[in-house]
Write a protein of this length. Structure first.
Length: 237
């Protein structure tokens, strides 16, 4: 992985971003009425309430990493017949659909607040036990940052105009890092105003926001990007 990608990502504080994206979601969730919770999200098949259920359930994994109890989580998944990440996500959502939404919101606030505090206290260079093995806390926080920003966009949580450019900048850096980390076949060249991508014998130019949407699998239906590039660029969702 190129040092320039690490250097670009390390310009940002992953813990500050995690706090900011969690706060964005919290403000949004706090203002919803019953109709708002039922509204479809951009995440396929999930309502806004389902996105909250996913975030709350995801803390089972986040805190197992912090507690060193991943084997206990794997045992739970085996008992529940959960096979893989997608099954786990859907199970977490189903488990919370009949729970009062205020309780789910309280669960997420409490557990995610604890996760963020503990990760910040560990520092970026400490190692965290993950499903992929020991991994730097700062890098894991960046993955959570991307997850939270993606789901904030999924539910249309507002982004202030003065935030948008900086938010896109760190998300582009994270997307480029994740592509390299996953050894994607996509080649990426960034200029001041556009991002050139190529894979499978095809190439295209994307704006920074489009590149971010491609890396998290959220390009709108009908987007003209070649399917080979769509597949090669998806690395964060």
């Amino acid at each position: 992985m190129g040092d320039d990608l690490l250097h670009e990502l390390d310009r940002f504080d992953p813990f500050d971003i995690f706090d900011a994206e969690a706060a964005r979601l919290d403000r949004f969730f706090a203002g919803l009425d019953a109709d708002g919770w039922r509204r479809p999200s951009r995440a396929a098949g999930w309502s806004v309430r389902d996105v909250l259920g996913h975030l709350a359930g995801e803390e089972l994994y986040n805190q197992a990493c912090l507690d060193g109890t991943l084997q206990d989580l794997l045992s739970l998944m085996a008992r529940e017949g959960i096979n893989g990440y997608n099954d786990f996500n859907e199970w977490c959502v189903r488990q919370r659909r009949d729970v009062p939404v205020d309780e789910v919101l309280r669960e997420w606030r409490t557990k995610n607040g604890d996760t963020r505090r503990r990760m910040r206290a560990m520092g970026p260079d400490a190692l965290l036990e993950t499903m992929a093995g020991p991994y730097p806390v700062g890098r894991q926080a960046f993955h959570y940052d991307s997850e939270y920003a993606t789901h904030a966009d999924d539910v249309a949580a507002p982004v202030a105009e003065e935030e948008a450019e900086g938010r896109t900048r760190w998300r582009v850096a994270m997307g480029r890092f994740a592509l390299a980390e996953s050894e994607s076949k996509a080649q990426v060249e960034q200029t001041a105003e556009q991002i050139w991508v190529s894979a499978g014998g095809v190439s295209a130019s994307l704006s920074p926001p489009e590149f971010v949407e491609a890396t998290v699998g959220r390009l709108p239906e009908g987007h003209p990007l070649d399917p080979r590039l769509v597949s090669a660029l998806r690395c964060l969702a």
